[in-house]
Write a protein that binds this ligand. Structure first.
Ligand code: C2O
Ligand code: CU
Ligand code: CU
Length: 484
């Protein structure tokens, strides 16, 4: 952790150009927009922001091109996969009621597609339909009608072509989607911080994962924040920054710390808590997000990812948890004039499905097993079956509320993810969750179970649920749900 010596004269986190968010009450909230990641970057530079593309007049039309491109990561030129040439791809900022239209061009050598992780939108047709496939060289149109009552939150997009999702995300295909708040959240600077991990060799080649890595879930040897290695963040004491953090790692769980700073969590994946929660760590499974306020205290702090024990795969030689030490993601330097305090962030009144009547219950069982001799692949299943896009595994009546118990018989944790319909977390392992908490990824600890409630409302159609360790998903730990 080298101390930051370059005290730049730039204010507000080194904002080159600034967007002023439309705000009532004369509040000026600024998106940090310093440059774009993924060009010539070295260790120790200021944190960059992905390009911010925002909707106007209820519409956001954007072109995303997936391609192999050279990007500089920690001083090495890496042959990564990029959306629009950068890692991460651009941030898409929309509001409830908007229509998001994406023209997706595939310049990769393999099929891909697009998924808007966490958005409560239709899974049909050209919506959030992960059964579509965009062949190499092809272009496809996606259109997402975001409901007027869509919860605010941090979402993200990434490829979801079965069998290739892990490699394509690992190589750099991810970007943030923000559904803006209708309520005012006072903050001086807003940033998107995407955590990802990648492995590359001295020639900048990202290797194909070994079979062992695919069973365990690959973890990259380099952990990035907005495509950078340990960038710096500069702020003034008293400022309140809003960080929207995405765990875009293929398999890595994050236990984030920012010791010395006050963190308030507004919400996880989607929606807001009843009131902001004071926290001293952020626990993010692969695919999870946090929307957090940081009130700056003077001095230097380090954003760290502590090692997480996510279990091991029984029967795998040398497949234990990488113990490792904590990883430095960014260095925060807080100095200068003290900023005026801001008003308290508002909470919300989240729905609590525990006070509504249940229409049904079901149990899903995640399992790993049957690793054959001679290095054949272990089976990754839900209810004993590997993914088959032509088979419907769960038929749910539209408009009903169900409780799902997700059982994990394996010796590893699995982050369970459901598309389209968010889940209210009731219990994780033996921990009961009292406050209404809505997530689209919920951890299912090894040899344990978790319980969620889901309102299958607003949309019908066919979609998927799966383990968000993307190697496990690619290996078959995914099922098909039909709501109608
Ligand atoms: Cu982020 Cu089905 O995935
Ligand atoms: Cu998803
Ligand atoms: Cu898994």
């Amino acid at each position: 952790m080298e101390p930051m010596t370059r005290r730049s004269a730039l204010t507000l986190g080194g904002v080159g150009a600034a967007f002023v968010l439309a705000g009532g009450a004369g509040l000026v909230s600024v998106w940090s927009t310093r440059s774009e990641p993924g060009s010539s970057r070295t260790t120790g530079t200021e944190v960059l922001q992905p390009a911010l593309i925002r909707s106007t007049n209820g519409a956001l039309d954007v072109t995303l091109t997936a391609a192999a491109s050279a990007v500089v990561i920690g001083g090495t030129t890496v042959n990564a996969f990029t959306y629009n040439g950068s890692v991460p791809g651009p941030t898409l900022l929309v509001r409830p009621g908007d229509t998001l239209s994406v023209t997706m061009t595939n310049q990769l050598d393999d099929p891909t597609n697009l998924h808007t992780h966490g958005l409560h939108v239709s899974p049909k047709g050209s919506g959030d339909n992960v059964f579509r496939r965009i062949d190499a060289g092809a272009t496809a149109e996606y259109r997402y009608e975001i409901p007027l009552d869509h919860p605010p939150g941090v979402f993200w997009y990434h490829p979801h072509h079965h069998g290739m999702a892990a490699q394509q995300v690992f190589a750099g295909l991810y970007g943030a989607i923000i559904v803006d708040d209708t309520a005012q959240i006072p903050a001086t600077v807003e940033r998107v911080l995407i955590v990802s991990d990648v492995t590359f060799d001295a020639f900048g080649t990202i290797p194909v994962a070994s079979q062992m890595d695919r069973m365990r879930g690959r973890e990259g040897t380099t952990v990035l924040l907005n495509g950078q290695v340990n960038p710096t963040i500069a702020a003034h004491p008293g400022e309140r920054e809003r960080w929207r953090i995405v765990n875009a790692c293929t398999s890595r769980y994050l236990d984030l710390r920012l010791d010395g700073q006050a963190l308030q969590l507004l919400g996880n994946d989607s929606g807001r808590f009843g009131s902001p929660r004071d926290v001293d760590s952020l626990s993010l499974m692969p695919g999870s997000r946090a929307d957090v306020l940081v009130t700056m205290a003077g001095g230097t702090s380090v954003l760290q990812a502590l090692p997480v024990d996510r279990g091991s795969s029984a029967g795998m030689m040398g497949g234990g948890t990488p113990s490792g030490s904590s990883i430095t993601l960014a260095t925060l330097n807080v100095a200068g004039a003290v900023a005026a305090p801001l008003a308290r962030a508002p909470g919300s009144d989240p729905r609590d499905l525990r006070s509504e009547s249940l229409d049904g219950e079901r149990t899903l069982t995640l399992a790993m097993g049957g690793a054959g001799m001679g290095g054949s692949m272990m089976r990754f299943t839900i209810d004993g079956r590997a993914f088959d896009p032509g088979r419907i595994d769960q038929s749910v009546a539209a408009g009903t509320i169900e409780e799902w118990t997700i059982v994990n018989t394996s010796s590893m944790d699995h982050p369970f993810h459901l598309h389209v319909w968010p889940m209210q977390v009731i219990e994780v392992g033996d921990q009961v969750v009292d406050e209404p908490t809505w997530q689209d990824v919920v951890n299912v600890p090894a040899r344990s179970s978790s319980r969620v409630r889901i309102a299958f409302e607003d949309f019908t159609g066919t979609s998927v649920y799966h383990c968000h360790i993307l190697d496990h998903e690619d290996n078959g730990m995914m099922g098909v749900i039909s709501v109608g």
